[in-house]
Design a protein around this ligand. Structure first.
Ligand SMILES: Nc1ncnc2c1ncn2[C@@H]1O[C@H](COP(=O)(O)OP(=O)(O)O)[C@@H](O)[C@H]1O
Ligand SMILES: [Mg+2]
Length: 327
């Protein structure tokens, strides 16, 4: 294998990718992403944002109208580079008559992994994703979460430099998501680069070293998640009493009401105090006033117009009903 695959600074470096499907849907409208070597990268955004389209272009499952750049230091579609990429497609369907261990062997054989390596890696990877005891069970008996674990093992069978996982936590319960988070960190520690697509917000997304958030085929935010969360400080005021009479003056001060909480999107104390004046003037008691950092969810909502979902059982409310998400 060529040395430049190991040495390129970026595992993925794509510029200005555009794709309009035959039905006229513009899925990507000039998206650029860079994934540093040895980094966990998250491409986040609501369903329909264009995440899978980008990954399919990278994997040459579909063709872009326009795409420039490199994957593992080579042009998109380079065969040598593709051999070093592990790929878990979204909503994958495996032949149900195969047993777990057989499936790993079969897919790795298709990817050109030599028999001795397949024999050696399959049991190690089944163990690694917590599926060792199901190795001899037919896949049509697996739950969605088990299929997803097997799919992740499948993506690792070629000892990839770059692991591309499209919605890896789809179908996993909170425990399963934690396992995947730990696995991703291990993969990074082994020096692999990880590219995950996700429409969910949760602890998995927080392990990303860097994220790009896309919405309707365009990049709307990018950076370290921690930085994105720190970039919009605000105050939260908890009040006791009926807020319905003060919604208009609060809106004028750019303060939004949710339940008994009022959010002021600034750290300007002057404006915070004006909000307090309005509340006190209306005879509303104040329980607490505190500065607050934006949550991951706030970053999403702001970036995508609220069009996002959280995993069921996650720490916060679902943003949008999502058939099967997190089940
Ligand atoms: N094969 C296809 N033909 C036509 N439209 C498609 C096709 N695949 C995806 N789309 C549309 O392209 C947009 C982006 O889809 P996709 O890349 O799957 O988004 P995501 O993975 O972020 O949910 C959506 O509007 C989707 O309906
Ligand atoms: Mg998708």
């Amino acid at each position: 294998m060529a040395e430049d695959i190991h040495q390129s600074e970026f595992a993925v470096d794509l510029h200005d990718v555009a794709k309009t499907y035959a039905n006229g849907v513009r899925a990507l409208d000039g998206v650029s992403v860079r994934v540093g070597a040895g980094e966990i990268f998250g491409l986040l955004g609501p369903n329909g944002a264009g995440k899978s389209t980008l990954v399919k272009i990278m994997m040459t499952v579909i063709r872009a109208d326009r795409a420039d750049g490199t994957v593992l230091g080579r042009c998109i579609g380079d065969r040598e580079a593709k051999r070093r990429i592990g790929y878990l497609p979204e909503a994958h369907r495996f032949p149900g008559y195969l047993k777990g261990a057989q499936l790993l062997d079969y897919y790795a054989a298709l990817a050109g992994v030599p028999r001795a390596e397949r024999r050696r890696r399959a049991p190690v990877l089944l163990e690694r994703v917590g599926m060792a005891k199901w190795a001899g069970t037919r896949i049509d008996k697996y739950s969605k979460g088990m299929l997803q674990r097997l799919g992740i093992a499948q993506a690792l069978m070629n000892d990839p430099r770059l692991v591309v996982l499209d919605e890896p936590t789809d179908g996993l319960d909170p425990m399963g998501r934690r396992d995947v988070r730990v696995l991703l960190q291990e993969l990074r520690d082994e020096g692999r680069s990880v590219f995950i697509n996700s429409h969910l917000l949760g602890e998995l997304e927080l392990v990303c070293d860097r994220v790009v958030i896309i919405s309707e085929g365009r990049v709307v935010r990018e950076g370290r998640l921690q930085d994105l969360m720190e970039s919009s400080p605000e105050y939260e005021i908890v009040a006791i009493g009926d807020l319905s009479g003060v919604s208009a003056p609060l809106a004028q001060l750019n303060a939004s009401i949710s339940g008994e909480k009022i959010r002021v999107d600034t750290i300007e104390l002057d404006r915070v105090n004006k909000v307090i004046d309005v509340l006190r003037g209306a005879g509303i008691a104040i329980e607490s006033v505190r500065p607050r950092r934006a949550s991951l969810e706030d970053v999403f909502v702001e970036a995508t117009g609220g069009n996002v979902a959280r995993p069921v059982g996650g720490p916060s409310r679902p943003m949008r009903a999502e058939g099967g998400a997190g089940q």
